[in-house]
Design a protein around this ligand. Structure first.
Ligand SMILES: Nc1ncnc2c1ncn2[C@@H]1O[C@H](COP(=O)(O)OP(=O)(O)OP(=O)(O)O)[C@@H](O)[C@H]1O
Length: 254
């Protein structure tokens, strides 16, 4: 069983899109998958379609008001989801007691053996929610776009990972960096080379060979509340995410 935290404190780099593709794509391959929306914005929950918001969410679970079973919802795509709640935005203040970093890990302990993969979508910050995801995780997957602003932040992200390894979870590791939202008309190999060089100044982590191209199908799929494979199986983005999942499963990243 692997618990994968999809993280980058920069917004809009494809965390939710990657979390959903990984959750749906691994389920399509027959794995038992749970997606956890740990982002108060709730984009993963809404992108998954038929989520019921009248039942307890990750917020009540993090506050120890309910059990994990009470928050899990079965989706049409053959995977499970624990949806988010905007109330989670107050978690930073509300989870102030000792051990607050371990809330998610404790909360899902009773159900984690029911799954092959648990995918955690995190908010665009390095606050208590992301630290909870890192504390529960076996793997951290970092999606990033091109551009110096995207790469400089990775240094800070790396420092947070090191701190979690030291104080909360010695076993967690950065499983890889995934380049997303590439303009398919640009010279991609040149961009990849530049991005890899920029990143190497800040972090020594594996980089996936597969990169995800940009395509309107992503926003259309999210607006239609279906995953990218169901919305446009033959699109470039579906192909890219399928190739990424193969690479992820083989653990062949460099
Ligand atoms: N490969 C892609 N091609 C085109 N659009 C994309 C792609 N990946 C993501 N997007 C779009 O970019 C926006 C941001 O993506 P996403 O929500 O996945 O990022 P995020 O890192 O989770 O954002 P946030 O930090 O706000 O949670 C969304 O509107 C999404 O539809």
């Amino acid at each position: 069983m692997r618990i994968v935290a999809v993280a980058n404190q920069k917004g809009g780099v494809g965390k939710t899109t990657t979390s959903q593709a990984l959750t749906a794509g691994l389920a399509d391959k027959g794995y038992k998958v749970l997606g956890i929306d740990l982002d108060p914005q709730g984009n993963l929950s809404s992108a998954c379609g038929s989520v019921n918001y009248n039942v307890p969410t990750i917020y009540e679970l993090m506050k120890r008001e309910v059990t994990a079973e009470e928050t899990i919802q079965h989706m049409n795509g053959g995977y499970d989801i624990i949806p988010s709640n905007i109330m989670l935005a107050g978690a930073e203040q509300e989870l102030s007691q000792t051990g607050k970093e371990h809330r998610l890990k404790e909360a899902i302990a009773a159900v984690s053996d029911n799954y092959d993969y648990i995918i955690v979508d995190t908010p665009p910050s390095l606050g208590v929610l992301t630290v909870n995801a890192f504390t529960a995780a076996s793997d951290i997957l970092i999606p990033t776009t091109a551009g110096i602003f995207a790469t400089t932040g990775i240094n800070q992200l790396n420092e947070t990972v090191k701190s979690v390894q030291k104080y909360c979870n010695p076993n967690v590791k950065i499983t890889g960096i995934l380049f997303t939202r590439f303009n398919p008309r640009a010279n991609i190999s040149k961009q990849i080379k530049e991005l890899t060089e920029q990143l190497s100044q800040y972090i020594s982590a594996p980089i996936y060979k597969t990169y995800i191209r940009s395509a309107v199908a992503v926003e259309e799929a999210q607006a239609n509340r279906v995953d990218i494979f169901d919305y446009a199986e033959k699109s470039t983005v579906s192909e890219d995410y399928k190739a990424f999942i193969e690479e992820f499963l083989k653990g062949e990243q460099e």
